[in-house]
Design a protein around this ligand. Structure first.
Ligand SMILES: [Fe+2]
Length: 299
């Protein structure tokens, strides 16, 4: 089970919950919508973790292949066939699977099984969500020292997102998390003229806050925000809305993450959806902003 060190300077938005009864599932759903990070107690996928962790995607090779290898998860792996003429496919088959078709087929079975188990978990917790799309990422290249950030996807449509993660590697996956976007944006609203983003999608606000308030890529890890520390063990499963919960991967080797898009109107409390929160934030600041502050374009 994960090690969690909570910083008292950040709201305690991490909970460890059982998932056994209907009441448990309802509690998970309620807390997820409220913007908490939920670690499932006593739940793990039935996967061959030892085999999966034996695969090495951190291989040497041409830089153009290695760049693409980071995103070579999910669908691409599922469709990889040993006879493919695609040079990247050939590289992955040789470098990662040692040109062993049996090893590749077993990996593909594991990926399909993980995706299906995650679908079943999602449906059991959020049975009434009107789901429009699901994406699965098997990220087997290592990650370290991400910036603290709130996700933005560059998708103009309003949607509700459920993200479900699991650590596949034996080594702990180290995350840090910080404030709820609503709380933090409220605290810096005037300082960083967030009112200039009124009327735009919430993604734009997250991108702006990541850049101007946390320093963005120009000042990696120099944000100075307090944060909770989490070390997820192999097999741990956790959920959070990554546009709402500020997070960074400090170190991780192999993970599986699924992302489910749904209609925010099908949430139990649609007013807690990401874009609704941001709209409400702007609405709360409307009178003061329009009376006192010039509107300028974001940096
Ligand atoms: Fe992220």
């Amino acid at each position: 089970m994960a090690t969690i060190i909570r910083d008292p300077l950040v709201e305690d938005n991490i909970v460890e919950l059982d998932i056994v009864t209907e009441a448990d599932r309802s509690d998970i759903r309620r807390r997820y919508e409220a913007g908490q990070l939920i670690l499932l107690r006593g739940f793990r996928y039935d996967l061959d973790f030892k085999f999966l962790d034996s695969l090495c995607f951190d291989v040497d090779g041409p830089p153009e292949f290695l760049r693409k290898l980071k995103k070579y998860g999910g669908d691409k792996i599922a469709q990889l066939c040993p006879e493919s003429a695609n040079p990247l496919d050939q590289f992955v088959f040789a470098a990662v699977f040692q040109a062993d078709a049996g090893r590749l087929a077993y990996y593909q079975d594991q990926v399909a099984s993980g995706n299906a188990q995650c679908d079943a978990l999602y449906t059991s917790i959020f049975p009434d969500y009107r789901t429009t799309k699901s994406l699965y990422t098997w990220r087997f290249t290592s990650t370290k020292y991400e910036n603290l950030h709130w996700d933005n996807f560059g998708i103009p449509e309003t949607f509700h997102q459920v993200r479900i993660f699991t650590n596949i590697a034996k080594s702990p996956r180290l995350w840090m998390t910080s404030h709820h976007i609503g709380h933090y944006a409220e605290s810096i609203y005037d300082q960083y003229d967030l009112g200039a983003l009124r009327g735009r999608i919430g993604d734009d606000l997250n991108r702006h806050v990541n850049t101007v308030a946390l320093g963005g890529m120009k000042a990696p890890c120099m944000d100075r925000l307090p944060r909770h520390h989490l070390a997820f063990e192999q097999g741990d499963v956790w959920l959070c809305e990554t546009r709402i919960v500020c997070h960074q991967i400090y170190h991780g080797e192999k993970a599986f993450a699924a992302m489910y898009f749904s209609d925010p109107a099908s949430m139990e409390r649609p007013e807690l959806g990401f874009d609704a929160l941001i709209e409400e934030l702007h609405a709360r600041h409307l009178p003061a902003h329009s009376a006192n502050s010039p509107v300028t374009a974001p940096a």
